[in-house]
Design a protein. Structure first.
Length: 442
């Protein structure tokens, strides 16, 4: 039996081909247990904790923080016992000069005598920064327990500066924030004031992109982020699907009135639109089905999961999913959506929170867009593009003229399984629900 186990770069989503190491939660020489968070990996859509599949000792790290690795390639080696450490370090060095492999092994020994003067000396340049200020890259890195505790205490992780390695937020940081205190201080008491003074400098990296002028970008090439690469692949894949589009105008007077009434209770327009689509889809199963990969049949989905497109600050977009939209009440849905958006922009969504959508909504109405066509996400039957609501002159069935607010919705569908009549009938049902929206509240 192999005494040294490989830690592989996992596939954290169906579209992920490579991942980036955000933060190692263990150092060479540290003991690890099966199921314990070992490393934080940036996939094409989120930052996720990757757990160890073996008990033992972390012998060597092959892929350092900030580096990329293909899915399935080795990123570290775990030794079953101390007797196997030499072999793990050797595999990690890949036959190269042993010095780099020895250096990481020496580092874990330095933090052990934390109370002694030599310990702060080595990590002094790096430790104070993450201990007293948020990560410069803006990411929120927290232990799994810290995340659960934050949800329980109602603490926003984005407001906490982590005291753990590389700015990682620990449970004690969350507890202190929940009590109204500051983040847990670093063991080096004398070093604490220095990072605190550096805290105001944290916004500098965030402000830098905003300071970039158009002239600065001329003639330059900026590589895609991992998320942008994933979006690009999906868009190219979508070109292989025969799509068609149908549009309809819907009166929003009653929906707007309902929104104004429920907004003080935390209900959002996004949740109302998702709920309306969820209810409408109940009688149109083809619209949340999918064509089989070989194009020879239809797979009907068990759940109506509404994916909502959200633009990311650093480029690209992601589609957090409101699950079982037809069964979830509007108040819970609004709370769920607020949480999903916050964690999506912090790259903290779990895969099933952005890969399980069976119908998608893209809303540009808040930008004053009248109408637009959306591109169909691969593996789904339809996506709805929602334009802005604006007052127009209308004529009712009795010939009376008046002013009402209307919006235009465009549906893009996979013509292999959805035909024009199917899309039109769905839009008729959606129109009826939005123009008589009381059924959205239960």
């Amino acid at each position: 039996m192999n005494a040294v186990k490989e830690v592989f770069m996992p596939a954290l989503s169906s579209t992920m081909t490579e991942g980036k190491i955000v933060s190692w939660l263990k150092s060479p020489g540290d003991k690890v247990t099966r199921g314990e968070a070992l490393v934080v990996v940036e996939s094409d859509k989120a930052d996720m904790d990757v757990e160890s599949f073996s008990d033992g000792i972390l012998g060597s790290v092959v892929i350092q923080e900030g580096e990329m690795a293909n899915v399935g390639s080795a990123i570290a080696y775990i030794a079953e016992s101390e007797a196997d450490l030499a072999e793990a370090k050797s595999k990690g060095s890949g036959g190269a000069a042993p010095a780099p492999a020895a250096a990481p092994a020496a580092e874990p020994e330095a933090p052990a005598p934390a109370a002694e003067a030599p310990a702060p000396a080595a990590p002094a340049p790096a430790a104070p920064a993450p201990a007293a200020q948020k990560r410069a890259d803006g990411r929120i890195i927290a232990t799994p327990y810290a995340k659960k505790l934050a949800q329980k205490l109602g603490v926003d992780l984005a407001t906490i500066a982590g005291s753990g390695p590389n700015g990682r937020i620990t449970a004690s940081d969350v507890e202190n924030a929940g009590k109204g205190g500051a983040p847990a201080p670093s063991p080096a008491a004398t070093a604490t004031p220095a990072p605190a003074a550096a805290a105001p400098a944290a916004p500098a990296p965030v402000a830098a992109p905003e300071a970039t002028s158009v002239s600065d970008l001329k003639g330059t090439t900026v590589p895609f982020t991992s998320l942008q690469q994933a979006v690009s692949r999906n868009m190219i894949e979508s070109l292989a699907v025969p799509e068609f589009r149908v549009s309809m105008t819907i009166s929003t007077d009653k929906l707007d009135a309902l929104y104004r009434k429920l907004k003080p209770k935390g209900v959002t327009m996004t949740a109302l639109l998702a709920k309306a689509c969820g209810n409408a889809l109940e009688s149109h199963p083809l619209l949340y089905a999918s064509c089989t990969p070989d194009g020879s049949g239809i797979t009907y989905s068990e759940n109506i999961n509404i994916a909502m497109a959200v633009a990311m600050p650093d480029g690209g977009l992601i589609t957090p999913v409101l699950k079982n939209a037809n069964e979830t009440d509007i108040y819970s849905m609004s709370k769920d959506w607020a949480d999903l958006v916050k964690r999506a922009r912090a790259k903290q969504l779990a895969p099933d929170e952005f890969t399980t959508g069976t119908f998608t909504i893209s809303n540009l109405g808040m930008f004053g867009v009248d109408s637009f066509d959306a591109i169909l996400p691969p593996g789904t039957a339809a996506i709805l593009a929602v334009g802005g609501s604006k007052p127009v002159v209308s004529v009712d069935a009795n010939g009376r003229m008046g002013i009402e607010k209307q919006m235009t919705v465009n549906i893009t569908a996979d013509h292999r399984i959805v035909y024009g009549a199917h899309a039109a009938e769905f839009l008729q049902t959606l129109k009826q629900i939005i123009e008589s929206p009381d059924q959205l509240v239960f």
